[in-house]
Design a protein around this ligand. Structure first.
Ligand code: CO8
Length: 329
């Protein structure tokens, strides 16, 4: 009897794709390119072989990408634009080789008062980033300090170049992390490590960050962006709706109790079954090789966005559900 793996390989052959008339949801003509002309503190580009990855580069190299308010307003706008653009699957935030971001702009912040912070809602713009429904990946080379480390932690995944340096040095200038450092860091690396980092202001390198679980992978400096784009492209092979739901579900783990998180996961999981809106094609193989001769027919499930979610493969009397495979795009 043909194994499921054999059947999968057979199904992924051109025959099936051709017969099922797979429709590409994204045409070249509909890809939006962003003008960087209106931005002073960031550069924005659409990258990746399918032009479905939004790349935002922090661009204040002389100030080591210190996060001044105008930069944050631009960053929030760029993230919102990409979030609203159906051609974009994932977003990358990066800096340059010397700095991802060396923190809040100390010069801009030095005259702030308790009263002005409260009246103006200092750091309000950060919510644009945490409200983004699409995955955001931080590609960190160089310094990610203070607000820079907090910005990386606001992202969903952190990849780092091997010379990256992380830290929460606010204590050195008489303040504490103010954009999530004292809350996210313990959740990601545990209380003892977080306390050590926040109470000493010491920096730690990319490999330590990976060991603590703050960073998922470390790459040579010059490979970082390329590898991050590959990760974004890989995410982009999946249904955007399912990616969004998966991101929401993982984020619940940080925002609620285990019991409520499990309830959220279960109802979201059940909900994914409602996303299959169309049985698109039936296929009775005649031309496939002998190893697939047990297939009686195949049903392909599409989501409302015409993304393949799964295949039902009927082998004699059994039915196998093969989940969405990236080869279908
Ligand atoms: N703000 C403003 N300018 C900065 C910052 C910063 N955070 N960091 C560096 N710069 C500027 C320097 O002033 C210098 O400018 P200039 O040439 O005009 O004097 C330029 O960048 C280069 O810096 P250095 O000469 O110091 O470069 P080095 O390679 O010698 O040192 C360091 C690099 C170690 C990163 C060093 O610059 C440094 O310690 N920077 C400060 C790091 C820091 O304390 N960050 C935390 C800031 S507080 C914070 O983030 C609070 C978070 C609250 C929420 C976030 C709000 C957005």
């Amino acid at each position: 009897m043909a194994s499921v793996a054999t059947v999968t390989r057979a199904l992924l052959g051109k025959n099936v794709l051709n017969k099922c008339k797979v429709v590409s949801a994204t045409s070249q003509a509909s890809i939006k390119f962003y003008s960087t002309a209106s931005y002073e503190n960031i550069k924005v580009e659409v990258v990746g072989s399918k032009k479905n990855v939004g790349l935002i580069q922090l661009n204040r190299p002389k100030a080591l990408n210190a996060l001044c308010k105008p930069l944050f307003v631009e960053l929030g706008k760029a993230v919102n634009d990409f979030d609203a653009d159906s051609n974009i699957a994932a977003i990358i935030i990066t800096g340059n080789e010397k700095a991802f971001a060396a923190g809040a702009d100390i010069k801009e912040m030095q005259n702030n008062t308790y009263s002005s912070n409260t009246k103006q809602g200092f750091l309000r713009e950060w919510e644009d980033i945490s409200n983004c429904g699409k995955p955001i990946i931080a590609a960190v080379n160089g310094f990610a300090l203070g607000g820079g480390c907090e910005l990386a932690m606001l992202c969903d995944i952190i990849y780092a170049g091997e010379k990256a340096k992380f830290g929460q040095p606010e204590i050195n200038i008489g303040t504490i992390p103010g954009a999530g450092g004292t809350q996210r860091l313990p959740r990601y690396v545990g209380k003892s490590k977080a306390m050590e980092i926040v109470l000493t202001g010491n920096f730690f390198d990319a490999h330590e960050a990976e060991k603590m679980g703050l960073v998922s992978k470390v790459f040579p400096v010059e490979k970082l962006l390329e590898e991050t784009i590959k990760l974004a492209e890989r995410i982009g092979t999946h249904s955007p709706l399912i990616v969004k739901l998966a991101k929401q579900a993982v984020n619940q783990a940080y925002e609620t109790t285990l019991k409520s998180g499990l309830q959220f996961e279960k109802s979201t999981f059940y909900g994914t079954f409602a996303t299959v809106s169309l049985i698109f094609a039936f296929y009775t193989p005649k031309s496939l090789n002998e190893s697939s001769s047990y297939i009686t027919f195949v049903t392909i499930f599409y989501s409302s966005e015409l993304k393949v979610l799964g295949l039902h493969v009927y082998l004699q009397n059994s039915c196998y559900l093969l989940q969405h495979n990236p080869i279908f795009g």
